[in-house]
Design a protein around this ligand. Structure first.
Ligand SMILES: NC(=O)c1ccc[n+]([C@@H]2O[C@H](COP(=O)([O-])OP(=O)(O)OC[C@H]3O[C@@H](n4cnc5c(N)ncnc54)[C@H](OP(=O)(O)O)[C@@H]3O)[C@@H](O)[C@H]2O)c1
Length: 319
């Protein structure tokens, strides 16, 4: 089976945004070697963003908190300037983060984070602004009158952003945020991949309610792209040995069909009916073309069946 077209623009849930199912994530562009194991220099990062602008991909994901002092946003901003503006039709989403010094994640900090992002990116507005990793504060603090959720709702009410979303890890907590009825998009990471299905129910329930679903990190942060012998971490940490073992078995199963593991990992997400967009992190211009190639590669149905039998058991999934 070939995937749904990775480039056919579609609505992001019930929002007014139209995006390609392929989204480029920009955390590797922030040169966070602690997470990815290597540095990325500024020129390479800017050229990567420009390669995305030159491609048919129209959805880019970033955050106030990617890299020291907003490195990812600053590099995207530089690419936008070099291009003379954000190309028409590109949906650039960012996220609000706590103050990196104090950890403050109040409503006031949300407004400051948003202002910083606009300044770094050199844009007047963004169509989609997420609450980023709300697992960093207690739920009650997040929903307090002077907390970040109310501040995001106010930014939307004031027309400063078109849509708000919630992005993070733990699926149970994200479900609680969606139940507030305010968020129009949910982004989860590393939990709907060849190796982990913890986000399946969250995504199904979001899709049922017309909430846009962005599945981030289909490669588990690199293991499912580079292979477990090159990238031993999964979801930015050291996983149970059985995760790397399963990834190795999957890599061999893919190789027997002449399919790169990355292509299967990417298409696993792209072909899921509950996923509107898949956010893939890349850090060089060549990766953009390679990602498109992998998204379009024909993968035999029998390989999907085989990969399914190699999925690690639930007790090894993230929460
Ligand atoms: N809480 C949140 O909001 C949250 C959390 C996680 C992720 N995200 C978003 O989702 C995006 C994706 O997550 P991610 O970047 O952490 O993980 P990912 O997409 O699962 O994996 C990224 C890694 O895969 C590598 N890769 C990509 N294509 C490759 C290819 N064709 N061959 C070999 N290696 C390849 C990249 O290497 P190269 O650098 O060599 O290209 C990078 O090391 C992020 O960038 C971010 O925008 C959001």
């Amino acid at each position: 089976m070939t995937p749904n077209s990775p480039l056919e623009p579609r609505s992001l849930g019930s929002t007014t945004m139209t995006v390609t199912p392929l989204c480029i994530g920009t955390s590797p562009l922030a040169s966070m070697s602690r997470l990815y194991g290597y540095d990325v220099d500024e020129r390479r990062a800017i050229d990567t963003v420009k390669a995305v602008f030159d491609s048919p991909i129209t959805f880019i994901d970033t955050s106030n908190g990617y890299g020291e002092d907003g490195t990812a946003e600053r590099r995207i901003g530089a690419a936008i300037r070099e291009r003379g503006g954000l190309p028409d039709g590109v949906v650039l989403a960012t996220k609000v983060d706590p103050d990196p010094e104090t950890g403050d994640f109040s409503g006031a900090r949300v407004r400051a984070s948003f202002a910083e992002s606009l300044e770094r990116l050199g844009v007047d507005r963004v169509p989609l602004l997420y609450l980023h990793d709300p697992e960093r504060i207690p739920f009650e603090e997040a929903i307090a009158d002077d907390g970040p959720v109310r501040a995001l709702v106010r930014l939307r009410d004031e027309g400063r952003v078109d849509h708000i979303g919630v992005a993070g890890g733990p699926v149970g907590l994200l479900g609680r945020f969606l139940d507030l009825g305010e968020f129009e998009v949910v982004l989860n990471h590393n939990r709907y991949t060849l190796l982990d299905r913890s986000a399946a129910a969250l995504y199904a329930s979001a899709a049922d309610r017309g909430i846009g679903v962005v599945n981030a990190a289909p490669y588990g942060g690199g293991m499912l792209a580079k292979g477990p012998s090159v990238q031993a971490s999964y979801a930015y940490g050291r996983p149970d040995d059985r995760i790397a073992h399963a990834a190795g078995q999957m890599q061999r199963a893919c190789a027997a069909h002449g399919v790169p593991l990355a292509a299967a990992a990417l298409q696993f997400s792209l072909r899921a009916s509950v996923v509107d967009a898949t956010a893939v992190g890349v850090s060089s211009p060549e990766r953009v073309a390679q990602t498109l190639e992998y998204a379009n590669l024909a993968i035999p149905e029998s390989l999907w069946d085989e990969l399914d039998t190699l999925t690690p058991p639930r007790e090894l999934w993230l929460d």
